[in-house]
Write a protein that binds this ligand. Structure first.
Ligand code: BT5
Length: 276
């Protein structure tokens, strides 16, 4: 039997999207770090880097992302705001977090039959029967290259726990989980990649218009496990508790705290009590 190179199927399935340039490597430090370097040296829009293993996978705020070789979908994409996503500013870059999160959650449902949800701002989570967060399936990290006051590129990466023989690590937000645990069988990483990037192709384009952004926000809200929950919002050096009311079209989390509504742009959220 002649077997193709890893990523062949994705390259041909994605050829008519902006994400046809799929580069799949056995190992690297961090797919986000690699694409940021490529972005700074002129790499073009739409490059996709997948690794079977990362030696130095990154989370937000200098945290690390851990995954045994072959267990996960570890992928980053390079998006240039010119061309089809025209009009993105440095303040809009974080919308790629929502776009990739929504694309990933939809792909998990389609390919693995797993009802994945989004925990604000950047986690892909599994939920229990009552809608309470049961564990973290993955995380998104979007990083920008800004030149002067212009957004030159965004690198959006995701680590998704796919086929784990042990339990993925627990973090501040609770247990780690893998799709295989929930699906009851192994899940094909390349099928997930294809489904996810097809969705992302559409959302990256949608970000160029106000209507498209509202549509993305609507989809994010529909998948969001945080809205309605009693939460603790942890910001640099301080925290507060309240009820998560909504996520705005700009991606801000609105939290009701003692009679006022606070809008949070960045921070960690801990779900305290589930509100059925
Ligand atoms: C994230 O950060 O959740 C974003 C992770 C992004 C990883 C991808 S992999 C491809 C691309 N290349 C990179 O170098 N990074 C991106 P954060 O919200 O900061 O969560 C990090 C925390 O999650 C860690 O401190 C751990 O507690 C926990 N964690 C680490 N590995 C995990 C795993 N496999 N499953 C669940 N939780 C994990």
């Amino acid at each position: 039997m002649v077997t193709g190179m890893q990523g062949d199927r994705a390259r041909s399935a994605l050829v008519s999207t902006r994400f046809g340039d799929v580069r799949w490597v056995p190992e690297t430090g961090s797919t986000n770090a690699d694409l940021l370097e490529l972005a700074r040296s002129g790499g073009s829009d739409g490059i996709v880097l997948v690794a079977d293993h990362q030696r130095a996978g990154r989370g937000r705020l200098d945290r690390s992302w851990e995954a045994p070789p072959g267990s996960s979908l570890l992928v980053s994409v390079l998006v240039r705001p010119g061309g089809v996503s025209a009009g993105l500013t440095p303040a809009d870059a974080h919308l790629l977090n929502s776009a990739l999160g929504v694309a990933a959650a939809d792909a998990c449902a389609e390919v693995a039959g797993v009802d994945a949800r989004l925990k604000w701002p950047n986690d892909v989570v599994a939920v229990g029967p009552g809608g309470e967060v049961a564990g973290k399936l993955g995380g998104v990290l979007a990083e920008s290259v800004v030149v002067g006051d212009r957004l030159d590129a965004v690198v959006a990466g995701i680590g998704l726990n796919v086929n784990w023989s042990e339990a993925p690590p627990a973090g501040a937000g609770g247990a780690g989980m893998a799709l295989s645990q929930l699906a009851g069988h192994e899940v094909d990483r390349e099928d997930l990649l294809i489904a996810m990037l097809r969705h992302l192709d559409r959302w990256a384009l949608a970000l160029a218009s106000a209507d498209g952004r509202s549509e993305l926000a609507e989809r994010y809200r529909a998948r969001c496990a945080t809205v309605g929950e009693h939460v603790r919002v942890e910001l640099a050096g301080r925290s507060f508790e309240g009820r998560a009311l909504d996520v705005t079209d700009d991606g801000l989390l609105q939290v009701a705290v003692e009679g006022e509504v606070r809008a949070v742009a960045v921070g960690d959220v801990v779900h305290l009590r589930h509100q059925p």
